[in-house]
Design a protein around this ligand. Structure first.
Ligand SMILES: *[C@@H]1O[C@H](CO)[C@@H](O)[C@H](O)[C@H]1NC(C)=O
Length: 281
């Protein structure tokens, strides 16, 4: 517990109320880098990620597209991905442009568009045959594997995973931000629903967090200061409730979308802190 607290204090999380749909492609790239790091630091017998994936990469391991197809969750409504990226034999693809290709490649609503769904039991040996693995459990397993690999470098000679680790960190940071962006949307909806319930005719003010070089997407979040300034006449009870809702990111309220979407945000935040901390985090 203590260790986790120390790692969390290193967290580089932006202070703003920092999403699900948006996060998918970054998450897929993160999984790829975790897979590569696992391969680079473990013998075939000791690997944990996508161990049954036989492909045309080094030592019959999988290349990027092969890997994503292998870990994909398929079902009645989700057919196996038939598309491809231009990553090819590149083992260290660029995080942002690759995620972009996954997000926009092929044709929407057809199997040629990557579906952003992965099956934990295909991802990890230890989840084989298990159902109901949560997002948090999966994310923890991904980060555990990377951390274990990092720790093993102390005794492994001549293995360099710097490039892979850097991209894993970038992919996880973007996954986290994308999840926060998605959640920000649910918070806006949730607060406005609360206001309506309280028979208020106003809605919260929002602001746009612009895209940047590091974060190639923008999002809307509640602007607390502007909301307060615009509604000086609101009762303090209502304003307090609004602020509590926003401050708790929608948790601590009854079951809402914002509450449900918070667990993945926390899971990413924890994972990001650990990857940015030392190998023992
Ligand atoms: C996967 O997520 C991306 C980014 O949000 C989206 O553009 C893409 O359409 C999603 N794929 C499917 C099949 O929904």
């Amino acid at each position: 517990m203590r260790l986790i607290a120390i790692c969390l204090s290193l967290c580089l999380l932006a202070p703003s109320v920092l999403g699900n749909v948006l996060a998918g492609p970054y998450q897929s790239v993160l999984y790829w880098y975790a897979y590569r790091i696992d391969i680079m630091t473990h013998d075939a017998a000791n690997r944990e990620i996508a161990v049954g994936c036989v492909g045309t990469g080094p030592g019959k391991t999988c290349l990027f597209d092969e890997f994503l197809r292998y870990i994909q969750k398929t079902g009645r409504n989700t057919k196996l991905w038939t598309g491809s990226t231009n990553v090819g034999k590149d083992l260290t693809p660029d995080v942002i442009s690759t995620a972009e290709q996954l997000a926009t490649g092929g044709e929407a609503k057809t199997p040629s568009r990557y579906p952003n769904t992965s099956d934990p039991s295909k991802m990890f040996k230890k989840f084989k045959g298990k159902v109901g693995i949560t997002y948090s459990e999966l994310m923890r397993a991904v980060v555990d594997t990377i951390q274990k690999s990092r720790a093993s470098l102390e005794t492994l000679k001549g293995v360099d995973i710097e490039t892979e680790l850097k991209s894993a960190r970038q992919a996880l940071t973007l996954t986290h931000r994308a999840r926060v962006a998605d959640n920000a949307k649910y918070i806006i909806q949730g607060v406005n629903a609360y206001l309506k319930e309280q028979r208020q005719t106003w809605t919260v003010k929002t602001k746009t967090i612009p895209a940047s070089e590091e974060t190639p997407f923008e999002w809307e979040e509640v602007d607390t200061a502007k909301t307060i300034a615009a509604h000086k006449g609101a009762t303090s009870d209502i304003m307090k409730a609004v602020q509590k809702y926003i401050g708790s990111w929608g948790t601590g309220t009854t079951k809402t979308d914002a509450t449900r979407h918070m667990a993945p945000v926390y899971a990413c935040q924890e994972g990001e802190s650990r990857l940015n901390g030392g190998p023992k985090c």
